[in-house]
Design a protein around this ligand. Sequence first.
Ligand code: PAF
Length: 280
Amino acid sequence: MKLIQSPSKLNRLVHQLKRKGRRIGFVPTMGYLHKGHLALVKRALKENDVVIVSIFVNPTQFGPKEDFKRYPRNLKRDQKFLKQVHTDYLFAPTRRSVYPKGFREFVSPGPLAKYLCGPKRPGHFQGVATVVNRLFQMVAPDSAYFGEKDYQQLRVIQEMVRRFRLPIAIKRCPIVRERDGLAMSSRNRYLSTKERIQARALYQSLLKAHKLIKGGERDAGRIKREVRKFLKPYVTKIDYVEISNPSTLVLVKRVKGSVLVTLACFIGTTRLIDNKIIKV
Ligand code: PAF
């Protein structure tokens, strides 16, 4: 696996690959890789001739009181994992090359950012849309891979690609979970042993919602109340529990067709998110 840090080197490589007619698969990440990321890389390797993974901890998607400074970073560890799965290229740009001095071309995340994590993390989806658009310009991939764990992010990016008519296929990949159901996330690393056990409640509460819906409950308010009641003894703070239309993310009052149940909770100081699409 080759490490590339300069966007101009990457640009030359991408041109060469395109001239040879190679299909480029792209997996953008913020590093501290886990099995969820590796599942994206493995799928990209199956579906493309060449795979480029990026690692860039994007400052513009963190709020002033969020964990940008303490976000786990370990390039050597990540390189080892990526080599093991036979990744072709790792692109690790510097902050200045992604955001040159005077950078102002921020990308609006569109109306999907009005819901769920949007109001709780002002500016977050603008930061995500901006950096993914920057990386798309640099990598010019044919396909890009995103996990359903960050479901709202995935929808924001799908919409951005549609609005800008980017010739990139967005591949949506299922959530990878630990054996006890906790969705894999680089932030799980912040949890103490006790908090890690408490964190099981997130997925269990989604299973509770699933059981209620399969049992015939259709009132979103009642389902949300039950999910909150379930979570309360295990979490420090519930940021939100919502039931939405999986496409528009608009909150629903009654469950019809497919719904997206999403939640965000603090366990200690760690904010974790999870979701499940439930079909009636
Ligand atoms: O999901 C992530 O790791 C990040 O939000 C992304 C898509 C790499 C943008 O910084």
